[in-house]
Write a protein that binds this ligand. Structure first.
Ligand SMILES: Cc1ncc(COP(=O)(O)O)c(C=O)c1O
Length: 326
């Protein structure tokens, strides 16, 4: 594909909203035989390095940082942050330094391996331990990580700013094109994990833009942030406003908090804690050749299966695998 779907849809955006292609597309969709579940494998999104949903966000965030003349990025996450690692690796390739302020999360082998990768990535790591201490340290973090006389490009955890959410507006347009090509039926529901909200918010906006009636089902996996319909709708609306300010016309779009179906039933003991339901979902998915990670996609698949069992997900369901290859 040449131009991103968003630029094809709104040519004026190409001038004002730069895009950096970090992956081939579309990512593949396939049916899990006999289950009425389709998988969109965003684990395949990325260029041989660290893939998944973060890379879709970085396609818009890195060029935005460059457009603003920034030489570094400051962002946040837990000790095992996938987001921080993807940012460090892709930003480095594009001449930007990364600093990460990391809060504590349960340390297991998965997190230990991730910390080693973070250290090898060249990112400057600040272990701030808690959210409160991160907030208190912010002025110092900004000053410490300035480059070339410019403050760092500040990004919320998970890259879930309006610019970052564009990655999943784009993904929704990609899904619509795949539906049009007959690769899957129009989904009644699309299920994603909700860690910071950018994926779910971007999808909700993009699905409406594409004219699909698909509802977004978010399985909340993070108990450290407020993640409800109001918060996700606000992010989706801010993303819509960004597009309008840059020249797109979105008069048909209506984003309401009630447009998100969210479940908090899979959090278990908290962000990063494994659950039995997640382990069962992982085993089931493995039989279908679908690897899941314990923190996000295992819980999202467990949520899908539980909602399905409860009769709350009728019609074709699309599960987006947001985790990337190692
Ligand atoms: C693998 C994976 N899936 C899902 C998410 C959640 O996406 P979002 O932060 O956009 O809600 C993240 C990051 O937070 C992630 O690393």
């Amino acid at each position: 594909m040449g131009r991103p779907y968003l630029h094809q849809r709104f040519p004026a955006l190409a001038e004002t909203l730069p895009h950096l292609k970090l992956s081939g597309r579309p990512t593949p969709v396939r049916e899990l035989p006999g289950l009425g579940i389709w998988i969109k494998d965003d684990g395949a999104f990325g260029a041989g390095g660290w893939g998944g949903n973060k890379v879709r966000k970085l396609e818009w965030l890195i060029p935005d940082a460059q457009r603003r003349g920034r030489r570094s990025i400051l962002t946040f996450g837990g000790l095992g942050t996938n987001w921080g690692l993807a940012t460090a690796l892709y930003a480095r390739e594009h001449g930007l330094a990364t600093a990460l302020a990391l809060v504590d999360q349960p340390i297991d082998d998965h997190v230990r391996a991730q910390l080693a990768r973070l250290e090898a990535s060249g990112a400057r790591i600040h272990r701030t331990h808690t959210k409160a201490r991160t907030v208190a340290a912010l002025p110092w973090l900004l000053a410490r990580n300035a480059r070339g006389g410019r403050p760092p490009y500040l990004l919320p955890a998970g890259g879930s700013s309006p610019v970052g959410a564009l990655g999943y507006v784009e993904a929704a347009l990609e899904i619509a094109a795949q539906v049009e090509d007959g690769l899957l039926p129009e989904p009644a529901h699309v299920v994603v994990p909700v860690g910071t909200g950018g994926t779910a918010a971007g999808l909700a906006l993009g699905l409406q833009l594409a004219g699909l009636r698909t509802r977004v089902v978010g399985v909340v996996v993070n108990d450290q942030l407020r993640l409800d319909g109001t918060v996700l709708a606000r992010l989706a609306r801010r993303t819509a406003k960004l597009l309008e300010r840059r020249g797109a016309s979105l008069s048909e779009v209506r984003i309401e908090a009630s447009g998100f179906d969210l479940t908090r039933d899979q959090i278990g003991s908290g962000y990063g804690h494994r659950t039995e339901a997640g382990a069962r979902a992982t085993a089931l998915a493995a039989e279908q050749g679908l690897p899941l990670d314990p923190v996000y996609t295992a819980k999202a698949m467990a949520g899908l299966l539980a909602l399905r069992e409860a009769g709350r997900l009728g019609g074709p369901v699309l599960f987006v695998r947001t985790d990337g290859p190692r």
